[in-house]
Design a protein around this ligand. Structure first.
Ligand code: BEZ
Length: 211
């Protein structure tokens, strides 16, 4: 059965471009982003890995470790990384998993046979420090992912893990948030001392509490 939000992200051991890893040991107490690529030496994937590398500081700021995956070999990954660094003006230093036997792709349901029998689609999982799946994205091979959106979701997940709030459509870090429905309106002033605005009884907005 495929993974769902809230499930434990399965552990695995893997050969990668930086050597053998145990997924859980690699993550430690960090958040994780695990994302698959259809194949090495392909144009869209090249831009995605370059962009991820360029955002290294943003992932580090959020205590997030990144791992990519494709069904090609570690040797192939190492050669491809040179091309990525050259063409995207970056330095890919996060691991790319060599999933030649598709064990991890199967574990995470990254092969969608009606798209391709052999290649992974663009799957992306955000995993919390307790190893739970917090977000899943699935894009087709022809569409590169938006890594600003990945960072935005991480900001939302990290905020909502610590405060009884949710983030509205198109929210960005620093903007007002929604008070969780579990909080009674009479309890809001004590819980959210920056104030709140009741637009409807079910729609109460408050300034982002950790800013
Ligand atoms: C790409 O990364 O450009 C790509 C990979 C597989 C199929 C189509 C495009």
């Amino acid at each position: 059965m495929s993974l769902r939000i809230g499930d434990v992200a399965p552990n695995f051991k893997a050969e990668t471009s930086i050597g053998d890893i145990d997924f859980y040991e690699f993550l430690g107490d960090s958040w994780g982003v695990l994302f698959s690529h259809p194949a090495d030496y392909t144009p869209v994937c090249t831009t995605e890995l370059g962009r991820t590398s360029a955002l290294k500081g943003e992932f580090e700021k959020r205590n997030v470790k990144v791992l990519a995956l494709s069904v090609d070999s570690a040797e192939s990954h190492k050669g491809w990384i040179k091309d990525i660094n050259e063409t995207q003006n970056t330095n890919v230093d996060f691991p790319i998993i060599a999933d030649e036997d598709k064990k991890i792709a199967d574990l995470y349901d990254m092969i969608h046979p009606n798209a391709s029998e052999t290649l992974t689609v663009r799957s992306l999982f955000i995993i919390s420090p307790d190893k739970k799946v917090k977000l899943m994205l699935t894009y087709p091979a022809s569409t590169g992912r938006n890594f600003n959106e990945v960072l935005r979701v991480i900001d939302s997940l990290q905020l909502t893990a610590n405060y009884s709030v949710a983030t509205p459509a198109d929210w960005k870090d620093g903007e007002d948030v929604v008070v969780a429905n579990s909080i009674k309106t009479e309890d809001i002033p004590a819980r959210f001392p920056k104030g709140y605005k009741e637009i409807k009884p079910y729609l109460r907005m408050t300034p982002q509490p950790n800013k």
